[in-house]
Design a protein around this ligand. Structure first.
Ligand code: SAM
Ligand code: SF4
Length: 333
């Protein structure tokens, strides 16, 4: 294996998030409130062969985790093929192949994902109340998503993580209910602070429910004990239930408790651009290097050079902060 990727702050880069598509069948108000902007032509998107090729290179450079995301990655019809191909990278060092999805397609397709070689799944559920779910996601499909969680469980895509973005005035009253859900269904809840990555640019600091408040809301109903592991590059602070109940709580607080110092991630957009931070304002076209016939050695040099440009941290809390022009659905959350 070539020497592992490191950025200029000596952070090892081990996690790659690959966005498979910019398209989405949901309209979450904190992500894509006005629907998809004009989608780039299909020929600008990486094909599954290109994804397989560049992921092979990334794994040879020490990437251990690949998470497929989007947009809604399951809108891509060849997702099972992509998983099947990426699973072949496991003997070369890929340790974890995961997927983040809104869960809509899981009732029929969870088993197929498992059979193709997917290890784990994260499903986004912002409310356990049908009305609020519809209001936050733009679609009235809570039951179907819950059926998707059951299907993922049945297929053995465990441990299942559930992502909920907590936004003031929408779902902060459900935080403890989500904790109860984690206990009942033995899943790992991940509460995420609302970040300025919505395509409508309506984010406001007053909408952010802090990690601290989330912890306090859970502790009012269920006592939590921190999971005593070195956090490493984990983005969440993790807790178990003190009474020994199943399930786990994780709080991802990039706005109020930034964890950039330990970041080990880079991202590849569906149209083949490398982003070194969620909040990057520049992108680097890996697609061009590949399509213009770059050799494997040239592609490796390009990736190493891009990684050296990884930002030290985000600037959300600073006056000069500029929200990236692309929303989370384009960056690959
Ligand atoms: N469509 C899939 C889904 O919703 O799970 C995968 C892509 S989505 C962009 C990945 C994650 O980003 C989801 O859990 C979503 O809730 C989260 N997300 C999107 N916009 C966000 C924002 N403005 N702040 C915090 N999290 C956000
Ligand atoms: Fe679609 Fe996921 Fe964004 Fe919701 S969060 S609009 S499901 S990409």
């Amino acid at each position: 294996m070539s020497t592992a990727l490191k950025d200029s702050y000596n952070r090892p880069i081990r996690d790659l998030r690959v966005s498979l598509t910019d398209r989405c069948n949901f309209r979450c108000f904190y992500c894509l409130p006005h629907g998809e902007p004009p989608i780039a032509p299909k020929e600008q998107m990486l094909s599954y062969e290109e994804i397989e090729y560049v992921c092979d290179i990334f794994v040879s450079l020490g990437i251990e985790k690949i998470r497929l995301t989007g947009g809604e990655p399951m809108m891509r019809r060849d997702i099972e093929t992509i998983i099947d191909k990426l699973a072949l990278l496991k003997p070369q060092g890929l340790q974890d192949l995961a997927l983040t999805t809104n869960g809509y397609f899981l009732p029929d397709r969870a088993q197929g994902l498992k059979d193709a070689g997917l290890d784990r799944i994260t499903i986004s559920v912002d409310s356990l109340k049908p009305e609020t779910f519809k209001q936050m996601t733009g679609v009235d499909v809570l039951d179907r998503v819950l059926a998707g969680i059951a299907a993922a469980k049945k297929a053995g895509l465990e441990p299942i993580k559930i992502n909920a973005v907590i936004v003031r005035g929408h779902n902060e009253d459900e935080v403890a209910d989500f904790a109860a859900f984690a206990r009942e269904h033995d899943v790992k809840m991940r509460f995420i602070e609302f970040m300025p990555l919505d395509s409508g640019h309506d984010w406001s600091r007053t909408d952010v429910v802090s990690g601290r408040e989330i912890r306090e809301r859970i502790n009012e109903r269920f006592e939590l004990t921190p999971i005593d592991v070195a956090r490493g590059s984990e983005t969440s602070s993790r807790y178990r239930f003190t009474d020994g109940a199943p399930g786990e709580i994780g709080i991802i607080a990039p706005v109020t408790e930034a964890f950039c110092g330990a970041c080990s991630r880079i991202r590849l957009t569906a149209d083949g651009q490398i982003r070194t931070c969620l909040f990057s304002t520049v992108e680097h076209s890996l697609r061009d290097v590949v399509r213009l016939g770059g050799s494997r050695a040239e592609i490796i040099d390009f990736i190493r050079g891009v990684v050296l440009k990884k930002e030290p941290r985000h600037y959300i809390n600073e006056p000069q902060f500029v929200a990236p022009s692309r929303s989370m659905s384009f960056i690959g959350g």
